[in-house]
Design a protein around this ligand. Structure first.
Ligand code: NAP
Length: 333
């Protein structure tokens, strides 16, 4: 099988495409013939050893795949060869085959094609966990989504709408705000590119407050971090929940804690990967609910671009250069 391989920490240019031997499952594992693999921001971090997990080399990046079960381990009873599935693993996905634990493999409905499935779970499951389990979002509340046309951002726009919220989309261009509105955002605005000076930060905060008629937002969903975080926090309503998702802009913000006191608001961490292992029964329920929402047409992966596996560098560059609106997908055949 073909696979993208990292032999040493470094940028995308250090990756190679190689022929590797076929995989075989351990007793609780499943080998999937990968048809499509989602490209995500963490794939850029992990190849440079900048992610929270640092695999031993050589390794293959890519953590969400869709395909057909090829072989199951001797203790696996819930799946069989030929099943259409999503397969998750922190790395290993940019390849013709993925071997992963059966607990990280999820059957998909017939109505879900492989590219859609490969762009589904990481974004929607993260955002659903964030809104449902961490923010306890209620119908009628207001959610402001930063990076609203990105992978997790766009999923949040759709889910927050499906959960009955009013959604404000914030992104770096008119085109991106328009995409978020196509996916259900009620309001939207363009923020400047970082670094933001004090005046720009004040204006960002005011813009969010104005869109809530001065009341402030109930939930901020922040996958961007950096200079955007503190102004967004300053725009929150009493009892607001600020969801810490990620730091796509680079710097990890340092927040003056007195703001949480003054606003009676909470800063809430979200780590979907850990949640799915520590609270796996809740996670399984969330995935069932997401599949139901998909089948009811309430949520749908937006595919920004699809590339053959050998064009992995262009696909990863789409993410690095902020060209993607929704998901970037690699096709393995
Ligand atoms: N906590 C969790 O469990 C969890 C799960 C999944 C992902 N994440 C994190 O969430 C973040 C977003 O992931 P994603 O896969 O949705 O990424 P993505 O599709 O690339 O979206 C990230 C967005 O961040 C914005 N951005 C601002 N500055 C940027 C910069 N310098 N470089 C790239 N993007 C920049 C871009 O929107 P604008 O151009 O509109 O600013 C972009 O659309 C990442 O930090 C990822 O690690 C966390």
């Amino acid at each position: 099988m073909r696979a993208i391989v990292s032999h040493a920490p470094g940028p995308v240019s250090t990756l190679t495409i190689e022929d590797l031997p076929d995989l075989h499952p351990g007793e609780n594992e499943v080998v999937i013939d990968v048809k499509a693999c989602g490209v995500n921001f963490p794939d850029l971090l992990i190849i440079e050893d900048k992610y929270q997990f640092k695999p031993e080399r050589p390794f293959t990046p890519g953590n969400e795949t869709a395909g057909i079960v090829r072989e199951v381990g001797s203790a696996v009873t819930e799946l069989q060869a030929g099943d259409r599935v999503i397969g998750m693993k922190t790395w290993g996905g940019f390849a013709g085959q993925l071997c992963t634990d059966v607990s990280s493999v999820f059957p998909i409905p017939d109505s879900m094609d492989f590219p859609t499935a490969a762009g589904f779970l990481l974004t929607y499951a993260t955002s659903y966990h964030a809104l449902k389990d961490r923010a306890h979002l209620q119908p009628g509340e207001t959610v402001c989504v930063l990076g609203a046309a990105g992978g997790v951002g766009l999923a949040t726009v759709e889910l927050a709408k499906a959960m009955g919220a009013t959604v404000i989309a914030a992104a770096s261009s008119d085109d991106k705000v328009a995409v978020a509105k196509e996916h259900g955002a009620d309001e939207g605005f363009v923020y400047p590119r970082a670094p933001l000076d004090k005046e720009q930060q004040k204006a960002l905060s005011q813009q969010i407050k104005d869109l809530t008629k001065g009341r402030g937002v109930d939930v901020i969903y922040d996958p961007v971090g950096g200079d955007y975080a503190e102004p967004a926090l300053r725009s929150m309503a009493w009892n607001g929940r600020y969801l810490v998702i990620g730091f796509a802009s680079g710097p990890i913000p340092k927040i003056p804690l007195n703001l949480t006191l003054l606003k009676g608001c909470s800063i809430v961490g979200v780590f979907w990967g850990a949640f799915s292992k520590i609270e796996s029964a809740k996670e399984q329920q969330n995935i069932r609910e997401l599949m139901d929402m998909f089948e009811a047409g309430k949520i749908k992966t937006r595919i920004s671009a699809m590339y053959p596996l050998e064009d992995f560098a262009t696909a990863m560059d789409d993410i690095a250069q902020r060209r993607a609106t929704g998901k970037v997908i690699l096709l393995t055949e």
